[in-house]
Design a binder for this molecule. Structure first.
Ligand code: AVJ
Length: 369
């Protein structure tokens, strides 16, 4: 059947990718990583030409800075530098989600692992970051004699490499195969539906889902459900609603790492699009929006100023105190989580909370019958 012309290139790319990869993500020995050799990484984004990547960035920036109010997609945070800054955020005293989720996984990993004892499956981590918390669960899985292939997926290739380095330091001879994926979530899900013939446990930790608004979260979870098999497991981290001072401090840290994380987006735009953003003329602020239920992050122009982006051959005029919206981090009520699971075809098996009740890792199972 003839394909629409615009789509042809995408299909050609997709076809060639499908041929290049094994159809099944079984526990093939050839993927077992050995000691010092670099991890095998499939980069779903370099299938696109580098020019396409720049083109997409240009488009995102043009769209984001032209709309009112202005706003940039939070995906732009995660170039290699931004991913590194995010690992620094995770280590901050004020950034409570790290400690909460570490506590949760230390306490409940054995229970989670019990579900997969003596089974073979793919352990897929969406937005893996440095994987520090994941190794806690991995230890329990090993103890339960689970046979799994680890598939860490991140938008930053450096993050996947860094995670592999961490695993090598921890395990010396890593006792399970690894297949790194560099991709965006939806690319990763498409890949999953092509390759998810084995049983799967999907990790979506650290409140990564918090960047998605409700319609996006629903769409993402429906897509996830569609990519998986009946009985597959999903472990999702949700940040719960809490005292506003705690939220405020976590997103406006004293050392200014979160501000730096935001300014890095301006640096990235300057570098890739020949821009002249002066970061010192923008103020960073994280604020809780009671109506949306999200921490929202802004870069606010402190004066009237003009920013020129050479690659776009365009100037953007900022009025004093005009803001660029940078990020949403949605906070959840327990009932929001129940509603999300129920309306996307998952059954909640357990909700694991930290002692303070700040955070929950929710264990879901795909229901297709
Ligand atoms: C990676 C989306 C979970 O929203 O808490 C941290 C990103 N931004 N500090 C979050 C972030 C500012 C983080 N997530």
């Amino acid at each position: 059947m003839a394909r629409p012309k615009l789509k042809q290139m995408q299909y050609a790319l997709f076809d060639s990718l499908c041929q290049a990869w094994p159809k099944r993500l079984g526990l093939a020995r050839d993927c077992i990583s050995n000691g010092g050799s670099p991890v095998e990484i499939t980069n779903l984004t370099t299938g696109k030409k580098i020019n396409d990547e720049k083109h997409e960035l240009a488009l995102n920036v043009l769209e984001g800075l032209s709309k009112r109010p202005r706003g940039l997609p939070s995906r732009l945070f995660y170039d290699d530098k931004g991913s590194e800054l995010f690992t620094q955020i995770m280590d901050l005293e004020e950034y409570y989600p790290t400690n909460c989720e570490t506590e949760i996984l230390q306490k409940h990993s054995p229970a989670i692992a019990k579900h997969l004892a003596n089974q073979e499956f793919n352990l897929v981590e969406l937005g893996c970051g440095d994987g520090a918390k994941t190794t806690i669960l991995i230890d329990s899985l090993i103890a339960e004699k689970a046979g799994f292939k680890f598939v860490p997926l991140d938008i930053s290739e450096a993050a996947v490499q860094f995670l592999h380095k961490n695993l090598q330091e921890k395990y010396r001879d890593i006792p399970f195969p690894i297949q790194g994926l560099v991709a965006e979530y939806f690319q990763g899900l498409s890949w999953l539906s092509e390759n998810a013939s084995a049983k799967n446990l999907i990790l979506f930790l650290g409140s990564n889902i918090g960047n998605l608004n409700k319609p996006m979260a629903l769409r993402f979870l429906r897509h996830l459900w569609y990519s998986l098999n009946d009985g597959d497991y999903v472990l999702i981290g949700f940040d719960l609603k809490k005292d506003l001072d705690i939220l405020y401090d976590a997103y406006n840290d004293k050392k200014g790492v979160t501000a730096e994380f935001n300014y890095n987006v301006l640096d990235r735009i300057n570098a890739s699009l020949d821009g002249n953003f002066d970061r010192s003329q923008f103020q960073h602020q994280g604020l809780y929006n009671v109506q949306t239920g999200a921490m929202e992050s802004y870069l606010i122009s402190q004066k009237a100023q003009t920013v020129r982006l050479g690659e776009l051959d365009r100037e953007f005029h900022f009025q004093p105190w005009e803001a660029i919206h940078m990020e949403y981090s949605y906070k959840y009520l327990q009932t929001d989580i129940t509603d999300l699971a129920e309306s996307t075809g998952f059954q909640i098996l357990d909700n694991f909370k930290d002692e303070k009740g700040y955070f929950v890792d929710s264990l879901w199972q795909v229901r297709k019958e």
